[in-house]
Design a protein around this ligand. Structure first.
Ligand code: TRP
Ligand code: SF4
Length: 337
């Protein structure tokens, strides 16, 4: 990688608002790469959303706008990163088609996310050709920009691994000698610990335990006051056992300098949960306030989102078209007239 600027591609499915878990996870890396001046592409994966929402696609458009709004509110900057929607770039579909020809069926069938979702999702039918192709579409997303680094959550690692295998197979078949046309990307995880939801499980929209970036101050307060603590700690002067306490976990993330003291006082029976929550709350509001304000400011200007999408599409398409020229050369295909 030395000497060469990293090229970043990552994406999220538009499936609801972002929460603190996203901010501490993949988004933190998006922002770091943007700040370092890497070549950044961040994609709203609306075709990926369609793999599971094909029976009711109407909400995808509004969810895509909400996702872009969250991204802009946390500081992703269309001047420094290409922010775009997958479905605005037909080359994703084209490269997906070509890659699907050379991807062995068992690679897709054995993908852990595919097997898991088929078993766990029971409220709709995911037994489709498109759903099986999910990781191959994701490979197309990444390889289309010849990304070197893909910041993702741990659940996406098998997809990035499959992307590497598909790239290797493409290069092996079509460019056996010479520089690879499609470089193998690396996945990048954040080292930050997982953010617990207010009930102590992993923060997730589907668990109904998330603090959303768009929550207003009253909602955040309500959620903090509901947080799971040590259930045996009935009073301030009963010694606590905070190993599973969500409040303490969030102290460690958002008020790290105070966390050790809080833990000691809790165990010694020198602090109560309500006081603890009252101390955490302003620290969370301080993280969320500017995001919320920026979100409101942007929401008041609906044309702005469309401009960002349009500009991002133009720039993404230029990069995608360059790669497709190389892909067609490798296949000995005629270039588009
Ligand atoms: N599958 C990813 C998720 O569910 C979203 C995604 C689509 C993605 N294409 C991508 C992530 C390319 C990284 C790179 O979160
Ligand atoms: Fe958690 Fe604080 Fe209550 Fe201890 S006192 S259980 S750290 S909220």
């Amino acid at each position: 990688m030395s000497g060469q600027k990293p090229v970043i591609l990552s994406g999220m499915r538009p499936s609801g608002r972002l929460h603190l878990g996203h901010l501490a996870g993949a988004l933190k890396n998006y922002l770091r790469y943007q700040a370092e001046g890497a070549v950044c592409h961040f994609m709203v994966a609306d075709w990926h959303a369609l793999t599971s929402e094909y029976a009711a696609p109407a909400a995808i458009r509004e969810n895509s706008r909400e996702l872009l709004l969250d991204w802009l509110a946390v500081g992703l900057d269309p001047e420094r990163a290409v922010l775009f929607a997958q479905s605005d770039i037909p080359e994703h579909a084209e490269l997906h088609l070509i890659l699907s020809m050379l991807t062995p069926l068992p690679w897709a069938e054995r993908c852990p996310t595919f097997k898991e979702q088929q078993q766990e999702v029971t409220d709709r039918d995911l037994n489709t050709y498109g759903f099986l192709g999910y990781p191959i579409l994701q490979a197309a997303d990444i390889l289309l920009y010849r990304a070197t680094h893909v910041p993702v959550g741990a659940d996406q690692l098998p997809h990035v691994e499959m992307t590497r295998e598909i790239a290797r197979r493409f290069n092996f078949l079509y460019v056996p000698e010479g520089a690879p046309v499609l470089p193998e990307p690396e996945s990048v995880l954040t080292e930050s610990p997982r953010v617990p939801g207010i009930d102590g499980r992993k923060m997730s929209k589907s668990y109904n335990n998330a603090i959303f970036l768009a929550d207003d101050a009253a909602a955040v307060e309500r959620k903090v006051m509901q947080m799971y603590t040590d259930p045996q700690k009935l009073r301030a002067d009963t010694p606590g056992q905070p190993d599973n306490c969500v409040v303490l976990a969030l102290f460690k993330l958002y008020l790290p300098d105070a966390a050790a003291g809080v833990e000691g006082e809790c165990r010694a029976g020198k602090r109560g949960c309500v006081a603890c929550k009252r101390q955490l709350l302003p620290a969370l509001q301080q993280v969320l306030d500017p995001i919320r304000k920026e979100r409101e400011r942007l929401a008041a200007d609906p044309g702005r989102l469309e401009t960002v999408f349009a500009d991002g599409a133009r720039r993404a398409r230029a990069a995608a078209a360059d790669t497709m020229v190389e892909v067609r050369k490798a296949l000995n295909w005629r270039q588009r007239p």
